[in-house]
Design a protein around this ligand. Sequence first.
Ligand code: S3P
Length: 172
Amino acid sequence: MRRHLVLTGLPGSGKTTVGRKLAAALGAALTDLDETIELATGQAVSGIFATLGEPRFRALERSAMQGALDAPPHVVTPGGGWIAQQGNLEAARQAGALLVYLRVSPETAAARLAGSDSRPLLAGDRLGAIRQLLAEREALYLQADHVVDAEPPAEAVAEALRALLAGSPAAP
Ligand code: S3P
């Protein structure tokens, strides 16, 4: 790869699943920021929110992204809130990353996350919380270089993304 590829979008948009499939198809490495943070701290994201608080999580997230951006170009999947923290989008752009927004409806995102309680920001009314996050963040998600329909199954989204990148002179 010539530049990093950063997948962004709501929780439940399929960033990690699509990212893994795409990285495998491209023969590229992948950094999943939540996983990196969990490995580094020995705590689940939900535990970090509960014991250390969201600001500490966001600081860990920022430095995990910096570590990923400092590595050779590869696929990076941050959590859905990474883009909403001031300076993060600019840092990725400065590092030359290509950003792709995996767009899904709040209904699809909520359905995909049914039965999962690992997202501290989505406790309680999950669909309502996702709608709220989308309202707060969509303008930022839309600043990505490409918007990809992520309603289809992950395999199809990864393939669509691969085809899009293959046809783009600015591709990673
Ligand atoms: C968050 C999304 C989560 C995780 C954390 C916060 C958010 O990642 O980073 O719970 O603010 O949207 P996913 O987008 O992978 O669920």
